[in-house]
Write a protein that binds this ligand. Sequence first.
Ligand SMILES: NC(=O)N[C@@H](CC(=O)O)C(=O)O
Ligand SMILES: [Zn+2]
Ligand SMILES: [Zn+2]
Length: 418
Amino acid sequence: MDLVLKNCKLVDKNGEHFIKIEDGQITDISKNPLEASQTIDIKSNYVLPGFIDPHIHFRDPGLTQKEDFKTGSEAAANGGFTTVIDMPNTLPKTNTYNALKEKIKIAKGKSVVNFELQAGTNCLEEMERMMELRPISFKIFMDLESDESLEKIFHDLSLLKEKTAYNGLVATHCEKKSIVERETARLKEKSKNAAIDYTYARPAVAEDESVRQAIELARANDLRLHICHLSSRKSLSMAKSASKSMPISWEFTPHHLLLDNSSYNVYETFIKTNPPLREKQDSVRISDLDETSIIGTDHAPHTLEDKTKGTWASSPGIPNLETVVPLLLTEVNRGNIDLKIIPKILSQNAAKVYGLENKGEIAIGKDADLTVIDLKQEGKFNIEEFKTKAEYSPFDGWEYQGLPVMTIVNGKIVMDKI
Ligand SMILES: NC(=O)N[C@@H](CC(=O)O)C(=O)O
Ligand SMILES: [Zn+2]
Ligand SMILES: [Zn+2]
């Protein structure tokens, strides 16, 4: 199967280009016409390396009333993503050989985009067995572990690195369990709780202390740390200063970049998420983005029922796959971020961290994973048009300028709105 895309604008080259795709790979890029059995007119839109979301929850198996690998991956394709990295907090947890094997089978059968799977941590023997199935890395929910068990998990990962092909990359959810438990108990004593209390139950200091601990443990055990959904400015400055002396990376969610805890007054428990939205002065923001940043959406869908059980019992998590690209392109159009960083923060940088060697770049020999964006198209988000099973979004009804209009996965068109 061969295919030529014509009238393609590229972010780093002047003029319009032809891109040739054969058997799922990019085989030529030229200003001169290229031939193939099929030609598609990109109509002078920008073609970018296919977007990679390093942090999604597709809930399959076990929680498929919230999302499954079919609807989740269709949402990814609709949002302009060609590769997703799924988290291990499904039912059962993806922390055994059998569970990982089963999830690979499910994802292979249902996914319309490329996928990689995070493994949950377990005893050393089980993690060794899991390595045969090549999970992309190991994920630690530090908010659910005591200090003693964290010491052990990081140490076991260092042993795993010595014994197997494991590259030492560990992804962490950073919030300190003891602080979250203490503050939650304190707030629950109030006679009536508002949705915003969730912010104070999981304060920025809980994240900062956990980031400090993750940096120390990763350093001591010679591991590469990747911090998920980094939301506190202080945590960001700690991570930046650690990056001068150790391998470390982090990702930002769209909700932490664009919203703050005043949104609880509008969206109440629908905006509940971990880490919570922060007070404005404590929160990461759009101006923190630069060419080294990584966007991880933390697409975390739940049912409406699960989202409306009050301040404490409602499930935390926000679906993001179908809103994040228009939100960021709107920031480009407003002059708040440079278009040149978009392929880096949505593709190339995550490809580098996770070792996806054939992805993240438009170049001969790379996988034909491509996202076409129309920078000028304007519209309003309408949750009814989304593919995700989640029926809520804080961004529903927001206006945007800039839309992904085609998603190509391994040379195959999986979304077309050109
Ligand atoms: N972010 C969330 O609030 N929720 C995530 C879990 C997580 O990423 O911590 C979920 O699985 O729903
Ligand atoms: Zn998390
Ligand atoms: Zn998550």
